[in-house]
Design a protein around this ligand. Structure first.
Ligand code: AMP
Length: 585
């Protein structure tokens, strides 16, 4: 049976893991990195880059580089590149496809099944969009699970004591804090809070500002006007920040960073941890409010927490850890890499779903997640009548009987809302449908049963049934931003077609490289040992080299088709044969 991978599809970085020999191991990408930047770029020649290749060219190709796509999941955001409009699901799918392909290279077998994590506060539309992204990437998403729940699984907290745990997750662009309750066989998210615009990027930005100010003060240059210089400063700033997590000082050395009156400018700065702490103190302080809010929402004091887990690369910053100690009065657990534990938990959950319970490393734990917001339908007077309360434990099945407001009404519109406000107009519409064919009757007589079903992935289905006629209608959330099955299928086809094209492109580049290598070797040998050959043999080899060169340069590599590649391969064989005597002598 093929393995189920666990994917942490993060705002800044993504990570993929799989259970091997009873342990969740991290799958490195093709560059050997354990996390992959969640960045997609379209270069001017139409090549798509994903991961660090995309991140490295982000500053100089800003308009065609997409970062933090996770923030747009479930919205109608679109990016237009070369006349094609891409949805957040499709962009996310490109990241997922890369993670999948890295996992396939690592495992040496096809991978289709996955568990993907999402923030605990993601609403139905955002969860569905994540599932759709998985489908576009050719993945069978077996479960969507909450990130804090996943972290708890990675820490193996499901096997021991019942306790309440805080998960403090400071990543590259977002801060999430959750209080979860671990029971004998369930993990429940009690409360979540956070700041959608606070993370490691803000810390980098402070260091970038400082470097630019120092450059202006000491060298009188404005690095902000020089995109290439700024990209180097950003990289160096992040590097220095990371070094300061382990050392008291970091050196920022940027030779030839820019020019001033024709002369090169070099920067060599020393940043101390105390200076770094001073310039980022307010950022660290901003995590205090959400921590308190999550505790309040969960109805507990910090002293009732059994454990505090650190998640997200930015929790490696010593001042952040100090803040967590101060806020919770606890020594936070950090024995698993904070940027890897969410993916590991997802892999553990995937393993549970794909293997028999007895063999599972996860003892078959049932993950109970909660609805992040209340769900209602609009009733007379524009009122939002609640059917499912916020923080209800999943799965949810709830029905309520409604009736008609006007006499002889034969249809009703079910307007499904998500949010905490009493009036429909103040909540978010997540779907609408009509139940037609209600038997004519005075107002208030028909009995219409409205049912909300939310499955363990947090995906909502709403149905309405006329109890008299048995007529039923339903939807699985159809907000404008949810893609239809047809759109998903079209996107899958597109992604697959791209994958095939990409393969041909990779093959053609390899073959061209091989052919050029062969021509070089043969020409070199002709120069060195050509005298040993008779005239006719020499001419034959030269003709074959020229013929091969023509084939190689006949088309641009990205325009080549399989038939062109076969012709080059045949040309190489001919040349190898003709030159075998020369090459082996
Ligand atoms: P994540 O999205 O969880 O992978 O977190 C990414 C963020 O963690 C980025 O802003 C990184 O710069 C930051 N990060 C990674 N390693 C360290 C470190 N050793 N010290 C400080 N920040 C780090």
């Amino acid at each position: 049976m093929s393995k189920t991978i666990g994917i942490d599809l993060g705002t800044t970085n993504s990570c993929v893991s799989v259970v091997e020999g009873g342990h969740a191991v991290i799958i490195p990408n093709d560059k050997g990195e354990r996390t992959t930047p969640s960045v997609v770029a379209f270069t001017n020649d139409g090549t798509r880059l994903v991961g660090s290749a995309a991140a490295h060219q982000a500053t100089v190709n800003a308009k065609r580089t997409i970062s933090s796509i996770k923030r747009q999941m479930g919205t109608d955001w679109r990016v237009n590149i070369d006349g094609k409009s891409w949805t957040p699901q499709e962009i996310s799918a490109m990241i997922l496809r890369k993670l999948r392909s890295d996992a396939e290279s690592y495992l040496g077998e096809p991978v289709t099944d996955a568990v993907i994590t999402v923030p605990a506060y993601f609403n139905d539309i955002q969860r569905q969009a994540t599932k759709d992204a998985g489908a576009i990437a050719g993945l069978n998403v077996k479960r969507i699970i909450n990130e804090p729940t996943s972290a708890a699984l990675a820490y193996g907290l499901n096997t021991g004591t019942a306790q309440k745990v805080m998960v403090y997750d400071l990543g590259g662009g977002t801060f999430d804090v959750s209080v979860i309750e671990i029971g004998e066989s369930v993990i429940e998210v009690l409360a979540t809070s956070g700041d959608n615009h606070l993370g490691g990027d803000d810390f980098d930005e402070r260091v970038v500002n400082w470097v630019c100010e120092e450059a202006a003060r000491t060298q009188r240059v404005n690095l902000r006007n020089d995109l290439v210089a700024l990209a180097r400063v950003k990289e160096a700033a992040e590097q220095a920040k990371k070094e300061l997590s382990a050392a008291e000082t970091a050196q920022i050395t940027l030779p030839y960073i820019t020019q001033q009156g024709g002369a090169p400018v070099h920067l060599d700065l020393t940043l101390t941890r105390s200076k770094f702490n001073e310039m980022t103190r307010d950022l660290v302080e901003r995590t205090a409010g959400p921590v308190q809010a999550a505790l309040n929402d969960a109805g507990i004091a910090a002293s009732e927490l059994g454990r505090v887990l650190l998640v997200g690369g930015s929790t490696r910053i010593p001042a952040v850890q100090q803040k967590v100690r101060q806020l919770t009065g606890k020594e936070p657990s950090k024995n698993i890499n904070p940027d890897e534990c969410v993916a590991q938990g997802a892999a553990i959950q995937g393993d549970t779903l794909s293997s028999s319970k007895a063999l599972s490393v996860n003892k078959g734990i049932l993950l109970l997640d909660v609805t992040p917001l209340s769900l209602s339908i609009e009733t007379v007077g524009g009122v939002a009548t609640r059917l499912v309360e916020r923080n209800s434990t999943l799965p949810v099945h709830y029905s309520q009987i409604f009736t008609t407001a006007a006499p002889f009404q034969t249809s009703v519109e079910i307007h499904v809302l998500q949010g905490e406000r009493p009036m429909a107009a103040d909540n978010k519409t997540i779907g609408k449908f009509k139940l037609k064919g209600i038997k004519m009757a005075p107002a208030g007589v028909p009995q219409i049963e409205v049912t909300f079903d939310i499955d363990t992935n947090g995906i909502l289905r709403v149905s309405a049934k006329d109890m008299d006629t048995g007529k039923e209608q339903g939807i699985t959330i159809t907000a404008n931003d949810k893609m239809s099955d047809a759109e998903i299928n079209a996107a899958i086809r597109d992604a697959e077609q791209y994958a095939a094209q990409d393969q041909v492109r990779r093959d053609s580049l390899n073959i061209i490289h091989e052919a050029q290598q062969l021509m070089n070797d043969v020409e070199k040998a002709l120069d060195e040992k050509g005298k040993q050959l008779d005239k006719a043999e020499k001419k034959q080899i030269k003709d074959d080299v020229n013929a091969l060169r023509k084939l190689v340069f006949r088309k641009q590599p990205d325009k080549m088709e399989e038939s062109d590649l076969s012709a080059i391969r045949a040309g190489m064989d001919t040349l190898r044969q003709a030159a075998s005597h020369l090459m082996n002598s």
